[in-house]
Design a protein around this ligand. Structure first.
Ligand SMILES: Nc1ncnc2c1ncn2[C@@H]1O[C@H](COP(=O)(O)OP(=O)(O)OP(=O)(O)O)[C@@H](O)[C@H]1O
Length: 333
C-alpha cells in the first residue's frame, strides 16, 4: 500500500544536503498497523513529514498504491493520506463532530455542505473512536485522551487508505496509551487502513503492531514483524548505550547492572520466583540456578518465601523482608 524507494530524508543547510535517514526501502501493507520507533533525534518526525509530503525528500520517492505522493495535487493527496501530527488541536472551541466534519473537506463542495455519505462517514468515525456520546462536546472540555481520539476521528472521517500519526500517545497515561494502540490496531484491521504511527512506546509497539520500522543508531531503518526484529536480534541496534540491554525473556529494554558479585540461587513457585528475582536484580544480585559458595538459597512458595543460609531456614511472608536480609548479607560479605 505504502512504500518508500531509496528514500533519503533530511534538510538542506547552507545549500548542503544533510541526510538524516537514507536509503530507505520500506513497506506498509493494507490493514497493517506499523510503528516507527527509534531514539530521540534519529529522524522519525522528519521521515513522517517527508512521507506526508510536508517536506521534500532529499532522494528517492514515496508511493501509495503505486502513485508518487509528491506528484499529486493537495486534493488528490488528501483523498489517499490523512495525517495526525503531535500538536493538539488549536480550535478548541469547536465540537468533536465539527472537528470530524473537517475530515470530509476533500469531498465537499465549495460551500462545505456535507452530503448523506459525508455525514455517514463522520458518524462512523465517531463510533469507531467511541466518541458518539461526546460528539456535541467542545474540544476544550475533553481530556487529552479524548482529544487525541477526536483527532483520529477527524483523520478517519477523511477515509483515506493510509493514515499517519506522529507520536499520538504523547501526554497520555498508560491505560490511554494502551487503549489508543488497541484502537489503531482495530481501525487498521476492521477498516482496511494502513496506519503508520511514530512512537517511543516500544512495549506497545511490540504488543500491538503488525510491523515495526526501526530507525537504529546506525541511522538505518530495518523493518519486520516485531517478533522477527527480536528473534533476529535487530532490536539490539536500537540504542547506542551499553547500559541499556534488551532482556529477551521479558521482551523489553532494561538497565544493565554490571557489578554482580553477589549471587543467590532461587527456586520454586514460578510466579513468586519472578517477583523475588525482580527485586533481587534491582538491588544488584545475580540469580543462579545452582547453590554457590555462599550457600544462599531462596525457595519460593505461593505465599511464603524460605531463605536458606548456613543450614538454617528463615521464612518470610513478603519480598521486602527477604530483601532486608539479603542486603544485610551483602554488606557483611
Ligand atoms: N528544521 C530543521 N532543520 C535542520 N535540522 C533539523 C530540523 N528539524 C529537525 N532537525 C534535525 O534532524 C534530526 C532528526 O530530528 P527529528 O525531529 O526528525 O527526530 P525524532 O526522531 O523525531 O526525534 P524525537 O524522538 O526527539 O522527537 C535531529 O538531529 C534534528 O536536530
Amino acid at each position: 500500500m505504502l512504500r518508500t524507494l531509496d528514500l533519503g530524508v533530511g534538510y538542506i543547510i547552507k545549500g548542503k544536503k544533510e541526510n538524516v535517514l537514507g536509503g530507505l526501502d520500506l513497506n506498509l501493507g493494507r490493514s497493517e498497523l506499523c510503528t516507527l520507533i527509534g531514539p530521540n533525534g534519529i529522524g522519525k518526525s522528519t521521515l513522517m513529514r517527508t512521507i506526508s509530503g510536508v517536506q521534500k525528500p532529499l532522494t528517492g520517492h514515496v508511493e501509495i498504491d503505486g502513485q508518487d505522493v509528491l506528484a499529486l495535487s493537495a486534493v488528490e493527496k488528501s483523498k489517499i493520506l490523512s495525517v495526525v501530527f503531535a500538536d493538539r488541536p488549536n480550535a478548541l472551541n469547536m465540537t468533536v463532530r465539527e472537528l470530524a466534519n473537517i475530515g470530509r473537506a476533500p469531498y465537499t463542495n465549495w460551500m462545505g455542505m456535507l452530503s448523506a455519505r459525508d455525514k455517514f462517514a463522520v458518524e462512523n468515525a465517531l463510533e469507531c473512536t467511541k466518541l458518539s456520546e461526546l460528539a456535541n462536546r467542545k474540544l476544550y472540555t475533553l481530556s487529552d485522551g479524548q482529544k487525541q481520539r477526536a483527532m483520529i476521528a477527524r483523520a478517519l472521517a477523511q477515509d483515506t487508505p493510509v493514515m499517519l500519526l506522529d507520536e499520538p500517545t504523547a501526554h497520555l497515561d498508560l491505560p490511554n496509551r494502551i487503549e489508543l494502540f488497541e484502537l489503531l490496531g482495530k481501525i487498521a484491521s476492521d477498516n482496511e487502513k494502513s496506519i503508520l504511527v511514530s512512537s517511543h512506546e516500544l512495549d506497545l509497539a511490540i504488543q500491538f503492531s503488525d510491523r515495526i520500522w526501526m530507525a537504529d543508531h546506525s541511522r538505518a531503518v530495518c523493518e519486520g514483524i516485531p517478533e522477527d526484529l527480536i528473534w533476529r536480534k535487530d532490536i539490539e541496534g536500537l540504542f547506542d548505550n551499553e547500559s541499556i540491554v534488551f532482556n529477551y525473556q521479558a521482551g523489553r529494554f532494561e538497565f544493565n547492572r554490571k557489578e554482580k558479585d553477589f549471587s543467590v540461587c532461587v527456586k520454586g513457585d514460578e510466579q513468586t520466583r519472578k517477583w523475588v528475582e525482580h527485586a533481587l536484580i534491582r538491588i544488584g544480585v545475580a540469580i543462579v540456578d545452582q547453590p554457590t559458595e555462599n550457600g544462599l538459597e531462596i525457595d519460593c512458595q505461593e505465599s511464603l518465601i524460605d531463605l536458606k543460609c548456613k543450614n538454617r531456614t528463615f521464612s518470610f511472608d513478603n519480598i521486602e523482608k527477604v530483601l532486608v536480609q539479603i542486603k544485610l548479607l551483602m554488606n557483611n560479605k
